[in-house]
Write a protein that binds this ligand. Structure first.
Ligand code: 11C
Length: 344
């Protein structure tokens, strides 16, 4: 069987990757409809060497569609995902619009594939920084129990979209030309102040919440509890944007429930975990970096160390391509599992 697929937000940073992955994975596509805002409609994208013209997304775009992959921002998903469902499509949504909705499964296939089954037409794809963290920590939770996570992120500019990447490029050119750096977008489009990202580090990703955490930090906290089925898990997050284009890196501190666990035990579990690649050898300076993880599907883990003071505490360095496992690949993986398990 082949399926009628729609990609909403097809010209965006994630949408383009989704189209590439559908092709690379030989996803069983019957027809592919590429949808966007009015601004990008008319552009052409290649799929299996054929040009497809991008159309403006409307409520009527979803007639006959089996699976709709949304990646055009929360407001588009809020407006159009229910319309797609009314037309009989299953929606896999890359935005934060439905993630915390009780009726919507929030899925990282390696972690909670079976949650897909309970969908009511919409399945949510988690935030990129959440996905890579839970993919690496779920196997540790299963093996040793997990009571606390403290994470600091080092996040790529592409997480904020193609325009943010342009802003970084422009600022690098301005810096080399001895000009003042102009900042109009980051840290957050539409927020009151903007700061240069080039040669800088911005401790704000998304808008601030009343509790002093940013929305990105609260996404990591709330989504992790939902995906790991663990309301009582203690989590704190600090999310920071850095001036590189691809892959998020995370310094993660965890406290395990089981006593007498050693680094070798963590290595053993991570080596056998689905979707995880262990790159950890201080003697050869082996560890993942944003550049080494870019364009790869897996989540890479290195720098596994025991805390000096807490015998149940461990530190890890987790890196993954934010547009692939963090977004497009996880989305297509959910679509694959939907089909394989007959959960459509
Ligand atoms: C960033 N993590 O790096 C964000 C991008 O909720 O899907 C993904 C936003 C989301 O800015």
């Amino acid at each position: 069987t082949a399926y009628n697929i729609a990609v909403v937000g097809a010209t965006g940073a994630v949408g383009q990757k989704i189209v590439q992955i559908l092709e690379a994975k030989k996803f069983p596509v019957n027809t592919l409809k590429l949808l966007s805002s009015e601004r990008s409609a008319g552009k052409k994208l290649l799929f299996n060497n054929k040009e497809i013209i991008v159309e403006k997304a409307t409520a009527e775009s979803f007639a006959g569609i089996d699976i709709a992959l949304f990646s055009a921002g929360g407001s588009v998903s809020k407006a159009l995902a229910p319309k797609a469902v009314e037309h009989g499509a299953v929606v896999i949504d890359n935005t934060s619009a439905y993630r915390m909705d009780e009726n919507v499964p929030l899925v990282v296939p390696e972690v909670n594939e079976s949650d897909i089954k309970a969908h009511n037409g919409i399945i949510a794809n988690p935030n990129c920084s959440t996905i890579q963290m839970v993919a690496a920590l779920k196997p540790l939770q299963k093996a040793f129990g997990l009571s606390r996570i403290i994470v600091s992120t080092y996040q790529a500019v592409s997480g904020a979209g193609n325009q943010a990447c342009k802003e970084l490029e422009n600022q690098v050119k301005q810096f080399l030309d001895n000009q003042d750096l102009t900042a109009e977008l980051l840290p957050v489009k539409g927020d009151k102040k903007h700061y240069p990202i080039a040669f800088n580090a911005l401790p704000q990703i998304d808008v601030f919440q009343d509790n002093g955490y940013t929305f990105e930090e609260m996404k990591m906290i709330n989504e992790t509890k939902k995906i790991m089925h663990s309301k009582e898990l203690a989590i704190a997050a600090t999310c920071v944007r850095l001036p590189f284009f691809t892959s998020h890196a995370e310094s993660v501190y965890v406290e395990l429930e089981r006593d007498n666990v050693d680094v070798k035990d963590l290595w053993g579990v991570l080596t056998n975990a689905e979707g995880i690649v262990l790159e950890d050898d201080p003697s050869t300076q082996t560890y993942p970096t944003p550049l080494s993880a870019a364009n790869k599907e897996e989540v890479f883990v290195g720098r596994v160390r025991k805390d000096i003071d807490n015998p149940n505490g461990f530190h890890l360095w987790i890196v993954s391509d934010n547009l692939l496992k963090g977004a497009a690949w996880n989305t297509v993986q959910i679509a694959e599992r939907l089909i394989e398990n007959d959960w459509l």
